[in-house]
Design a binder for this molecule. Structure first.
Ligand code: B12
Length: 381
């Protein structure tokens, strides 16, 4: 059935009177086609609850359903891009038309099952690295579990079309998660619920027409803690993140020379930043996350000078299966060089910086020179 037919049916006055659940049952039965006879005893009104139970069994902290429609957020994305807030993340501009149109990724998409997976590690001794990156790479884990959810459902109700995603396709995940009632978009632009914001998002576009959950109201109130806590003032106004100033962008997404005026503000952070979450009052209610995201031993009780000494092969081995590996050894050294420059003046920090002055990368050498200068070390005696 094409989308037009689907929507036409929904808009028939008779169907409206009967309500969404009826339309949904009817559509789903149509979709099941030949299976209808054998499964007609089934109560499909229980399907959303069943999807949620499957999600819970897979470890998701929340599951919600929304329509595959982006709405006003599409205009806001265009404004954000127009202001240049995406910096050098060209993929945000190039794929904007796909991001705002679920049917560009799955032609018959009419519903989205959105999922949240908590990641806060029980121990977080590596304060220089943002909490989401201390354990395993969420992209893979989220998608594996979402795939499992979809295939289990298919085995139970028959074939349907779907596509799973978690930061792996052009999708507006926060917008869809808030539509699906998983939380509200906070002033720091992240999805916040009553259990805080330490969760990954992902979802399933599907051609099953499922009844949507109701969005929940924002509970940010008059709080502006995240705006005030951002070390680089990247949250320029509520809901406005200028990625070009965000430490997460600078240390992860951005490949070049970090603007000198921002380097002192990065402090000792070497991968991402959590300040706009740590300060959020709702994160007082956060739960410990999934064991997959527990602190990996290689990052336990370590220090900037030790991390800076890792060879490329140490980097790849110690960070096997970690999202940090995506930035590569060169950007890793660039970031640690800045952190060493911002660290308290100690001989071990200076020696660490000097030990890599002959590194083949101009990018790394340039950042080391800046840091040694900041530490008061004269490079040209
Ligand atoms: C690009 C990106 C970034 C960029 C840009 C950030 C940004 N805010 O856009 C950078 C690299 C900086 C980044 C950083 C981080 N990211 Co990021 N990022 C993304 C990505 C890939 C796309 C986000 C996007 O669409 N941005 C475009 C702009 C237009 O969106 P926006 O800022 O949300 O803009 C909206 C608001 O301005 C809103 N708005 C405007 N006015 C108003 C007014 C009101 C009243 C309201 C309600 C809304 C509103 O409308 C806009 C459109 O919806 C998503 C994954 C995905 N595919 O969705 C992950 C994602 C958002 N990131 C995530 C994470 C974890 C982070 C970091 C915490 C990582 C870290 N520790 O370093 C930081 C947090 C920084 C921050 N405060 O945003 C998670 C967030 C999970 C959650 N609980 O929300 C996501 C969902 C990835 C995932 N699958 O889990 N990220």
């Amino acid at each position: 059935m094409d989308n037009q037919t689907r929507h036409n049916r929904q808009s028939q006055p008779g169907a409206k009177k009967l309500g969404r659940i009826f339309v949904w049952q009817w559509e789903l039965r149509g979709k099941l086609g030949g299976m209808q006879e054998t499964t007609s005893h089934r109560d499909y009104s229980k399907l959303p609850a069943h999807i949620k139970a499957l999600g819970q069994a897979l470890g998701f902290s929340a599951i919600g359903i929304c329509r595959a429609e982006i709405g006003e957020a599409a205009t806001r994305l265009q404004q954000w891009l127009h202001q240049g807030h995406h910096g050098k993340m060209d993929y945000m501009a190039c794929h904007a038309h796909l991001r705002t149109d679920p049917r560009a990724l799955l032609p018959d998409a009419c519903s989205v099952v959105m999922a949240a997976l908590d990641y806060l590690p029980a121990t977080a001794s590596a304060r220089e690295i943002s909490a989401y990156a201390l354990g395993r790479d969420y992209h893979k884990i989220m998608r594996q579990r979402l795939q499992k959810l979809a295939s289990t459902l298919q085995a139970e109700i028959g074939n349907f079309n779907y596509r799973v995603f978690s930061d792996s396709a052009p999708v507006m995940e926060v917008e869809l998660a808030q539509q699906a009632g998983l939380g509200w978009q906070g002033k720091n632009a992240l999805l916040i619920s009553r259990q805080g914001s330490w969760c990954f998002l992902g979802g399933i576009y599907t051609d099953l027409l499922l009844p949507p959950d109701a969005p929940i109201a924002s509970h940010c109130g008059s709080c502006t803690a995240c705006l005030k806590s951002c070390p680089t003032q990247a949250i320029t106004a509520p809901y406005q993140v200028d990625a070009r100033r965000c430490i997460s962008y600078l240390t992860i997404e951005f490949a070049g020379s970090i603007p000198q005026e921002l380097r002192p503000l990065i402090g000792q952070r070497i991968y991402g930043c959590d300040d706009c979450q740590k300060c959020c009052p709702w994160n007082r209610f956060a739960r410990i996350g999934d064991p997959a995201f527990a602190l990996r031993p290689a990052l336990e009780n370590t220090s900037l000078d030790k991390l800076f000494a890792w060879s490329e092969s140490d980097f790849n081995t110690n960070l096997e299966g970690s999202p940090i590996r995506r930035i590569g050894h060169e950007r890793w050294l660039r970031n640690i060089a800045i952190a060493l420059g911002n660290a308290p003046r100690q001989q071990k920090h200076i020696e660490a910086l000097q030990s890599r002055l002959d590194h083949p990368s101009t990018l790394v050498r340039e950042h080391i020179a800046w840091s040694l200068d900041r530490q008061g070390v004269n490079m040209n005696p």
